[in-house]
Design a protein. Structure first.
Length: 278
């Protein structure tokens, strides 16, 4: 059987964008839109830093995300997405991703991922980062550190002429070299005017394989790294994914665009609050 050829589509400002399996290639207007959306996403997470403390409810943090988005003229892309009723995802300890905000309060020693996606002027700024609550044990801090390193190692591979598999292979090598498990069930994705689009960015793989990276591609890199084995399971609510062995899990996410000579990170914090040590 012949392998399916990767299809690319050059997007202009006037085009209608469909989720049709093509990898979109954007021009200057797309980069400008993603910079603005990404900056807002980073600013929202920056504002949460002093609020993520023992005793705060994840629902209260979700309220702040929604209010900041609205104040900036943005919508929260998760609100109403496939029936989801909150403005962000908040995943605590062994929750891998898509944790649902609630009246449950954070405790001293928790590690927390907060994932936000403001939709600003038609562009999605998708990012997440880890927060440490109070006095966090060393093994949990180490997991968070290595997960951030995985993200940045993956971003280092993102340049024209590289292959998508180069990103996953580099992340997998670093995570497994530290004896952590790499989640396969969830992955990064194309982003831009669409919340989720081609290509899928798997955080494990074989270098030199997969679609070629070309200038104008927008996608997320968002490794989910487990302290134990890589397996996950979905809870009955249909959203919350947890580690099968109840081990801790961590995740960082940036939205990036491939440039002529490398990549641009749209969702970096101007204050440097998106990276450990905090």
């Amino acid at each position: 059987m012949l392998a399916r050829m990767t299809q690319y589509q050059t997007i202009t400002d006037a085009d209608t964008v469909l989720r049709d399996g093509t990898i979109k290639l954007h021009g200057p207007e797309g980069f400008a839109g993603m910079r603005a959306a990404g900056r807002l996403a980073a600013d929202i997470l920056d504002a949460l830093v002093p609020m993520v403390v023992p005793g705060v409810s994840t629902e209260a943090l979700d309220d702040v995300v929604r209010e900041m988005g609205l104040a900036a003229g943005a919508a929260c892309a998760t609100l109403g997405y496939r029936g989801y009723t909150h403005s962000c995802c908040i995943s605590v300890n062994h929750v891998v991703c898509h944790g649902i905000p609630s009246d449950k309060t954070l405790k001293d020693g928790d590690i927390v991922n907060i994932d936000v996606t403001p939709l600003l002027d038609g562009w999605h700024g998708d990012t997440s980062r880890m927060f440490l609550v109070g006095d966090v044990p060393l093994k949990a801090r180490r997991l968070v550190d290595v997960t951030y390193e995985c993200l940045m190692i993956g971003i280092e591979q993102a340049r024209p002429g590289a292959r998508l598999g180069d990103i996953g292979a580099a992340i997998q090598r670093h995570a497994e070299g530290n004896r952590y498990g790499v989640v396969r069930e969830f992955c990064g994705h194309g982003v831009g005017r669409l919340f989720h689009d081609a290509p899928e960015v798997v955080h494990a793989g074989i270098a030199g394989t997969g679609p070629e990276l070309r200038p104008g591609m927008f996608f997320t890199i968002e490794p989910m790294i487990n302290l134990g084995k890589p397996g996950v399971k979905l809870l009955e609510d249909g959203w919350t994914a947890v580690t099968r062995d109840r081990s801790l899990s961590a995740q960082f996410e940036h939205s990036i665009g491939i440039t002529e000579d490398g990549c641009e990170v749209f969702t970096a914090s101007a204050r440097g609050l998106d990276q450990p040590p905090y």
